[in-house]
Design a protein around this ligand. Structure first.
Ligand code: SF4
Length: 551
């Protein structure tokens, strides 16, 4: 998910933008990496764009999975990642001329760069390929993740232009923590400053300094969620992402949202963003929240009335087909009754009926105590010892009321034992008997101290029971993801030809994954025994390969 990172209140606002020979010459250019600059109809398509370069040839990625986003004659992106859209809106709200700031795409970027540029803001969700879900697949395949590959390519272009025109480069986005933890690489890529967090507060000063030619600190971490300063976007957001809430605050050790308290956007702002998207031709939208069902709530408590009010107001906006939910929390769903969930489902059905309204929930492990040890607030307000039963109940409840659970588990959580892996495997078998999919993810720390102590889980630490569990999840997904994906694409208006081509690509991927599992199975038994003697304890996406088996 992409988050806003910087807000600018530049000096000299209101000055006329340089326009020469019919070309726009903006002082500030905002651009997201290529995976966040594609033209996607539904969220799943965007997720697939983060595969490995060896899994999908570039031509297929560029033209089929992630076709380029259209720009107007001045180079403005038709739709842009929400983070840079928010930034653009904040700039304009602060008085900057609309011609001085532009959200563009990596393809249109070169023609906008010149001596008139003062700041280039780059946003990426996974610039160095170290995001937890992405590193999981990177363990199995050679090559590079497209997020990293394309960000690197774009930074080369920006670096060359920077040498000629001497502008400042600032990086941000949901993956900013990766540059913060690797300042040498950030410097090598041409960044002057990395800004991590929401930008409506400190980001203002940072960009003002840059516009006035002053340097800012190399790494800046903003802890606030800055919801007070949010301005409605002025043009469509990528995939029609509509931000409902910011932060989460449940304290998971592997998540950058762990310590950011959840704050909710006012309904007026949400509706304004929704209307802007509809006016920009976006028909299917995605909720931007770490916990959809917690909208309007206080702390970890849900507030059904507030969520209901929001959804009723959203439903009055005409021209939308359907809304995808993305993330939610098990303990938030547990607080809602069947009748409330049914009502929410009703309100989420717009013009196009979607049979698979999926909700992504982090289960992490069957062992509630292990989950609580790594995610202090994930189970609250419930008890860790009730976790497994609660997860099963929530999955049943969601299915029963018209939702489709997309679950994730984490392999290699710190403190995990073989007994935990076995219990989680049984839980996954239970999911397999339901209408659900399960994505196994390798534990990847985001905190500098853990990164240093190499707590990450990888193929090298995988035991045979991990592989069995991983494969079990994938076999469920090979069966169920294609149906879900097909339905989402249909509801999102993806043409039949593209759907069919992607299904064929998925079948190839499934064959490749099964071959990989078979190879690993041959290699793992001896290593497993060896590891078992040495140690028992240790810790949304991996959808790839699950596209093909549509019944
Ligand atoms: S519940 Fe989800 S969003 Fe919240 S801190 Fe944990 S992983 Fe992050």
């Amino acid at each position: 998910m992409h988050r806003i990172v910087i807000v600018i209140v530049p000096a000299g606002m209101g000055r006329k933008a340089a326009v020469n020979e019919g070309r726009l010459k903006p002082a500030i250019i905002l651009v997201a990496d290529r995976t966040l600059s594609g033209s996607y109809k539904v969220l799943f398509e965007g997720i697939f764009a983060t595969m490995q370069t060896t899994q999908v040839p570039q031509a297929v990625m560029r033209h089929l999975i992630s076709p380029r986003m259209a720009v107007d004659k001045e180079g403005r992106a038709h739709a842009a990642a929400l983070g840079i859209r928010r930034l653009e809106a904040a700039l304009i709200n602060a008085g900057l001329d609309r011609k001085e700031v532009i959200c563009t795409t990596p393809e249109a970027l070169p023609r906008l760069l010149g001596p008139w540029v003062k700041v280039v803001g780059v946003s990426s969700s996974d610039p160095l390929g170290r995001g937890m879900s992405n590193t999981t697949t990177a363990n199995f395949w050679k090559g590079q993740l497209y997020t990293r590959f394309w960000t690197g390519r774009m930074m080369e272009v920006i670096c060359q232009a920077k040498e000629r025109y001497n502008f400042k480069v600032i990086g941000g986005g949901a993956g900013a923590w990766q540059w913060i933890n690797d300042p040498q690489e950030a410097r090598r890529q041409g960044f002057d400053t990395i800004f991590e967090g929401y930008g409506e507060t400190t980001g203002v000063k940072v960009i003002r300094d840059m516009l006035e030619g002053r340097s800012a600190a190399e790494g800046i971490c903003e802890k606030a969620t800055a919801t007070e300063g949010i301005c409605s976007i002025v043009a469509a957001s990528l995939m029609g992402i509509i931000e409902l809430s910011r932060g989460c605050g449940r304290g998971c050790g592997f998540c950058t949202m762990a310590q950011k308290k959840m704050r909710h956007l006012p309904i007026d702002t949400i509706i304004a963003d929704l209307e802007t998207n509809v006016a920009g031709g976006i028909k299917s939208v995605v909720s931007g929240s770490e916990d959809f069902f917690r909208y309007g709530g206080e702390g970890v408590k849900v507030n059904f009335d507030k969520l209901h009010e929001l959804l009723e107001t959203m439903k009055r906006v005409s021209g939308l087909t359907f809304m995808q939910i993305d993330h939610a929390n098990v303990s938030s769903v547990a607080q809602l009754s069947d009748a409330q969930l049914r009502e929410i489902r009703r309100l989420l059905t717009w013009e196009a009926k979607s049979d698979y309204l999926w909700v992504n929930l982090g289960v992490e492990s069957a062992n509630g105590r292990l989950v609580a040890a790594n995610s202090t607030g994930k189970i609250a307000p419930y008890r860790a010892e009730d976790w497994q039963g609660m997860v099963e109940e929530v999955v049943e409840k969601l299915i029963h009321n018209g939702f489709y659970p997309v679950l994730s588990i984490v392999l290699g959580l710190p403190g995990e034992t073989p007994a935990d892996v076995e219990a989680t495997a049984k839980l996954v078998e239970y999911f397999g008997r339901k209408e659900a999919v399960v994505f196994p993810i390798f534990y990847e720390p985001v905190r500098a101290d853990e990164i240093g102590s190499k707590e990450r889980f990888s193929l090298a630490r995988m035991r045979r029971d991990h592989l069995d569990l991983y494969e079990k999840c994938y076999e469920i997904n090979f069966r169920n993801v294609p149906k879900l994906f097909w339905d989402n694409q249909r509801a999102g208006g993806v043409p039949l030809g593209k759907r069919t081509l992607m299904r064929m690509l998925g079948k190839t991927e499934i064959r490749a994954w099964r071959k990989t599992f078979a190879r690993l199975r041959e290699e793992l038994p001896l290593q497993t025994l060896e590891r078992g003697r040495k140690s028992c304890g240790f810790n949304d996406k991996v959808l790839i390969g699950s596209l093909g088996e549509l019944n």
